[in-house]
Design a protein around this ligand. Structure first.
Ligand SMILES: Nc1nc2c(ncn2[C@@H]2O[C@H](COP(=O)(O)OP(=O)(O)OP(=O)(O)O)[C@@H](O)[C@H]2O)c(=O)[nH]1
Ligand SMILES: [Mg+2]
Length: 362
């Protein structure tokens, strides 16, 4: 899973990346227009923590999420785009966008529009997303119309209709993620990298003073997030980037003292999994206990494919027990005895928390 972090300059994107990936990348001071940072977070999962002592494996491997943090967008003006085509290209492969909005007050950190107003900033970002997508759509319409002058083929006509449907939505300031597309259209759209089509997690980057009133602040944003494929979360990137240097226990104590409910990492990961409909299954053994992320609704063979293509191709059966049943039994041998370990075939839909052992032949 890859998440693209976007926002206005100085909204705290890189600070948040540092907080959730344990890095110390440089922050502040308006990074260059093309700058890009990467990072990987381990997905926190209490179930894994409970499985480790049972198997005492050589390797403990949590699921991971990759983050791509690009320079802040500026406003398009005088023919110059707020989002460069280079940055758009970098965003091509991300599964979802995370928009970091500045809510924190800090006189030492300049805001491109001077005052702190996260709702205004969200509108600024949205406007840039619309401009970027509209640009692609208009270019495409141009090209298709030119090619149709030479040859009228059904595929191009279908494509033209789809692009016009997109243009209508964008001109009405409706993000493509909230438009209904049929499966054929969805497939055609896949290659386009439309920003307004990607699922969106809006992250309010709160200041120290806002801690404790997260609920009210989030409630104030409720209407912004009743759109399809959109979620909302709140973090304090500044504080979190400082606490991430502490040991886990110390960090927890610190958060508790400040009245913070959970880590920014947890908030961001949960928001992302929820938005994308991702779940985790586990593989266990003496050599390795490991979590794997898949989309909810994935069949057993294709879930196996996330481990290795050979297991998917040579799939025979999956031995499955739910995490809860396993914890009651305490061992796989006991699960076999009490019947909670099931043999499932190729039509089995993997559930969150399944512990799976694949039988395959290559
Ligand atoms: N007080 C406070 N300051 C913060 C917070 N988050 C970020 N900052 C400060 O804001 C400045 C900008 O943070 P960055 O993380 O570099 O912002 P950015 O969005 O990556 O900026 P660009 O890469 O230039 O677009 C830095 O000086 C941070 O220390 C926060 O939650 N609270
Ligand atoms: Mg940055």
């Amino acid at each position: 899973m890859q998440v693209g972090i976007v926002g206005l300059p100085q909204s705290g994107k890189t600070t948040l990346l540092n907080a959730i990936t344990g890095q110390a990348l440089e922050t502040g001071g308006f990074t260059g227009r093309e700058s890009v940072n990467f990072g990987t977070s381990k997905v926190p999962d209490e179930r894994l923590e409970a499985l480790y002592p049972i198997f005492e494996p050589e390797r403990r491997v949590p699921a991971t999420v990759d983050f791509l943090d690009v320079a802040g967008f500026s406003k398009s003006k005088d023919g110059e785009k707020g989002i460069s085509s280079e940055l758009l290209g970098k965003m091509r492969n991300v599964d979802m966008l995370m928009a970091v909005l500045r809510c924190f007050q800090n006189d030492m950190v300049a805001h491109p529009d001077v005052t702190i107003d996260a709702k205004r900033d969200m509108e600024t970002l949205k406007a840039e997303f619309f401009i970027a997508d509209q640009d692609i759509v208009e270019n495409r319409i141009d090209k298709i119309e030119r090619s149709l002058k030479n040859k009228k083929d059904a595929d191009s006509l279908l494509h033209l209709d789809l692009m016009k449907k997109c243009l209508d939505a964008l001109e009405a300031e409706k993000p493509l993620r909230s438009v209904d597309f049929n499966p054929v259209e969805e497939k055609l759209l896949r290659g386009y990298n439309f920003l307004t089509l990607k699922p969106l997690l809006i992250v309010l980057n709160l200041g120290d003073k806002d801690i404790g009133s997260e609920e009210e602040l989030l409630a104030d944003w409720a209407s912004a997030t009743d759109a399809p494929n959109t979620r909302l979360a709140a973090v304090s990137a500044g504080i979190e980037s400082e606490i991430q240097e502490l040991e886990d226990e110390e960090a927890e104590m610190f958060r508790e003292e400040l009245g913070m409910k959970e880590s920014a990492l947890y908030t961001v990961i949960r928001g992302s999994y929820d938005l994308l409909g991702y779940i985790s299954f586990f593989t266990v053994g003496k050599d390795e206990v490991r979590a794997w992320s898949i989309a909810n609704g994935t069949l057993a063979p294709s879930a196996a494919g996330t481990i290795h293509g050979d297991i998917e191709r040579g799939f025979i059966r999956a031995e499955v027990v739910s995490y809860d049943d396993f914890m009651v039994a305490g061992s796989l041998a006991e699960c076999k005895k009490n019947g909670s370990l099931r043999l499932e075939g190729k039509d089995y839909l993997v559930l969150d928390g399944d512990i799976i052992n694949y039988r395959f032949s290559v």
